[in-house]
Design a protein around this ligand. Structure first.
Ligand code: ZN
Length: 82
C-alpha cells in the first residue's frame, strides 16, 4: 500500500488509517457526523473552504432526524455553532 502524505497549509499529515473515516480520521458510523474537532478534518476542510468546519458542516451528510438530535444535544451543552 502506498502512503500519500498530504501537505495542508505547510503541515504534513499522514492519511487516516484504513479503518477510520477518511475525512476526519476518527472511527465512526458513516451515517453519523464527522469529528469536527479532529485536526485532520479541520485541515482538510480549511484547505477546501478557507475556513474551519462547524458542527453543521460536520453533519451535513447526515439524515435530518440525526442532525436535529445532534443539534439539540450540542445546544444543550453550549457547543452548537452554525
Ligand atoms: Zn468522519
Amino acid at each position: 500500500m502506498q502512503t500519500e502524505i498530504r501537505i495542508i497549509k505547510g503541515m504534513m499529515l499522514l492519511p487516516p488509517a484504513p479503518d477510520k473515516c477518511q475525512l476526519c480520521a476518527t472511527k465512526h458510523d458513516q451515517r453519523e457526523p464527522h469529528n469536527k474537532d479532529s485536526l485532520y478534518y479541520q485541515c482538510w476542510f480549511y484547505e477546501r473552504h478557507g475556513r474551519y468546519p462547524t458542527w453543521e458542516d460536520a453533519m451535513r451528510h447526515c439524515a435530518r432526524p440525526l442532525r436535529e438530535a445532534w443539534e439539540r444535544e450540542l445546544k444543550l451543552k453550549g457547543a452548537w455553532e452554525k
